[in-house]
Design a protein around this ligand. Sequence first.
Ligand code: MG
Length: 340
Amino acid sequence: VIANAAMPGSGRGDPVLYSDFALHLTEKALIARVRRKARNRPPIVAGIGDDCAILRIPQGHEAIVTTDFSLEGVHFRRQWHPAESVGHRCLVRGLSDVAAMGGEPIAAFLSMAVPRKLPQKWVGQFLQGFLKLADRFGVSLAGGDTAESPDGILADIVVVGSCPKGRAIRRSGAIPGDSIYVTGKLGGSEAALQRMFAKPKGRLNHTDFPRHFFPEPRIRAGTILREKRLASAMIDLSDGLSTDLAHICEESGVGAEIDSEKLPRARVGKAKRAVSLNLALHGGEDYELLFTASAHTKIPARLGAVAVTRIGQITARKKIYVVRQGEREELKPQGWEHFR
Ligand SMILES: [Mg+2]
């Protein structure tokens, strides 16, 4: 695994690009902490401070790798999302992909481009949100790069995880007759965005919308499914049920039927009102797991800390339908594109 191990304040990388947020004390302290941690974690042989990170993949395992962008104006807005939430969500995107394979995360690599006028405090709080989550899942920040952006904040996260050889849960394993399940509740993240669009100047109470501001990656649920060989196919819900289910169906060469009444709709806001069916079907960024399992496999009601709901079944006909009040209608992928 190769990575440019230059982090802000580490004294490496392009000194010109660093001029803006290199020598900040708090940040330096943060990086020192990161470096200490990176050294102490067993799977990492060398992390920040060398030209490449060297990762030791446990014997009999293979590496799984994912990368995701977090872009200002596309995935977050500075006036809506606190920096800590942006850092948290940036890492969740990668951790959730690892969870979707049934893998365990090992190391993260973070590259950032920020505008010259961005307050240093913002970067510090972003890293705090990022590292707090990394710590909870035993993930080392093992490298990255920084640059100046002409406009807007760009963060690119790479997460490396591992899985016992040949045991990663793919999108392609669903067969007709399999049941379809989701973890947690759907639509809660998009509901927060809708409110912010409706009142762009208002402030949402973050604790009323935890799934949006501080979503939990379903690592434990994913590893249980893999260890017990329960799932035939899996994906994480980043773009919305209608879009992500279509990915499973396409990769597996099957179709699906969803029972609208079974969908676990998130309850949001102070009043804890259930979100609309549309939000549950199409809302993105819930970071729950969507998986299939043989009809003969008994799926527990909970996987770790999260509830599991059966929402439909896989069919041979290569189309996706949603059944509501006895009527069957085709479900087209409509993952919402947030900031258009
Ligand atoms: Mg994914």
